[in-house]
Design a protein around this ligand. Structure first.
Ligand SMILES: Nc1nc2c(c(=O)[nH]1)N[C@H]1C(S)=C(S)[C@@H](COP(=O)(O)O)O[C@H]1N2
Ligand SMILES: [Mo]
Length: 369
């Protein structure tokens, strides 16, 4: 009999094909994990149906009525709580922008064979739930606890290794982050694909930390060794690099592509004259965006930065563009209060993680037929 390692053999993480042509594995993943529609970037809240999705395995279909969350491991008083009991706890609603760490991967060359995101793995929702910290305190962390692990109900294989999707946070991270135990998204119960009936939201961090289909919270006396924590979601330069864990979201901005698109190339057709360009800008760790610039063919101007609906949510920006006939490339770039700015081109990472290079939109300005 073959072992799982032999059946789910170690795959080559590089695309086999032309770097410009996505392979079958990538197309399959893209068909399961939809991205946001860039035209919704004009809105504070991403409509739930167009919020991006990133699911590694299959979507578990869990029963909200019988669902419970187990607190176990090195706690003084382990306990279990039903969803009904969690819903009865004090509720908090937060606007949080979530972005997949793989967003922008398709712009890094050679790309890693994974979900081929360009710009669309980002969205903002109003998440409702109860703060996690009091529930951890209720269980009583033992003196030997160092981390808390969060496990989802979804199970599968990656590089031959069977595991349930899980992530951990150190006690220092838990003390600093306002982790929310979430059951509602935009005023309605979580949809199956977004983690129903219960997930966490880790504001300011890339999406991998926000574990969906949460079943277990385990206090650990040694650092968590789950696949999704130690084997991936690390910045690595090459195969020999042990890497650094990915945490907070890097500063980024996107614009709503103006005008109308060509079906296949998505090149925009824009009428000449005054055109309002709007977009969103965000950064991680609760750090506000301080400046956004907009460029037409590499000539930069400052955009007007409007408010953000919360410290962990994207801010709106706008600029007036006098569209002149011809072909142009539009770009936008953001800075945050830490002085971090988006790079013009992608920074190298083996798995194409956290590529926050500026967006480029090709437009043709001419009289509309
Ligand atoms: N259980 C579980 N949680 C998960 C994932 C997953 O595959 N399984 N994907 C993570 C990743 S990589 C991201 S970017 C976000 C995406 O959340 P969304 O699909 O609700 O947008 O969920 C995170 N939580
Ligand atoms: Mo992700």
């Amino acid at each position: 009999m073959k072992t799982p390692e032999q059946i789910f053999h170690s795959r080559d993480k590089r695309p086999h094909s032309d770097p410009e042509v996505f392979g079958r594995d990538e197309v399959r993943l893209a068909n399961r994990n939809s991205g946001a529609l860039l035209e919704t970037l004009g809105l504070d809240i991403t409509p739930t149906g167009t919020h991006y999705l990133l699911t590694h395995f299959d979507t578990p279909l869990l029963d909200a009525a019988s669902h419970s969350l187990r607190f176990h491991g090195v706690f003084d008083a382990p306990y279990e709580m039903s969803l009904e009991e969690i819903r009865a706890l004090p509720a908090v609603t937060m606007h949080v922008t979530m972005e997949c760490a793989g967003n922008g991967r398709a712009g890094v060359s050679p790309r890693s064979c994974s979900m081929p995101w360009m710009y669309e793995a980002v969205g903002t929702s109003e998440w409702t739930g109860t703060p996690l910290r009091p529930l951890i305190e209720r269980a009583g962390l033992r003196r030997d606890a160092v981390e808390v692990a969060f496990t989802g109900a979804d199970f599968g294989f990656d590089r031959g290794q069977p595991h349930a999707f899980g992530r951990s946070l150190t006690l220092a991270q838990l003390a600093e982050l306002d982790v929310l135990l979430v059951y509602d998204m935009n005023g309605a119960p979580l949809l199956p694909q977004h983690g129903a009936p219960l997930r966490i939201i880790v504001p300011g961090w890339y999406g991998m930390a926000s574990v969906k289909w949460l079943t277990d919270i385990e206090s650990l006396a040694a650092p968590y060794q789950g696949f999704q924590q130690v084997q991936t979601y690390r910045f690595r330069k090459d195969d020999n690099d042990p890497g650094r864990p990915i945490t907070t979201i890097r500063v980024k901005s996107l614009m709503v592509p103006p005008g109308v698109p060509d079906w296949l190339t998505r090149v925009r057709f824009v009428s000449p004259g005054p055109t309002e360009i709007v977009g969103r800008a965000w950064s991680g760790g609760g750090v506000p965006v301080t400046r956004v610039e907009f460029a037409v063919d590499d000539v930069w101007q400052e955009a007007e930065l409007l408010g953000a609906p919360g410290p962990f949510a994207w801010a709106k920006w706008r600029v007036n563009w006098q569209a002149e006939p011809g072909n142009h490339v539009l770009r936008c770039r953001a800075w945050d209060a830490n002085g971090a700015a988006q790079p013009i081109g992608p920074q190298w990472d083996m798995a194409g993680f956290a590529n926050n290079a500026v967006q480029a939109v090709d437009v043709f300005v001419g009289e509309m037929p």
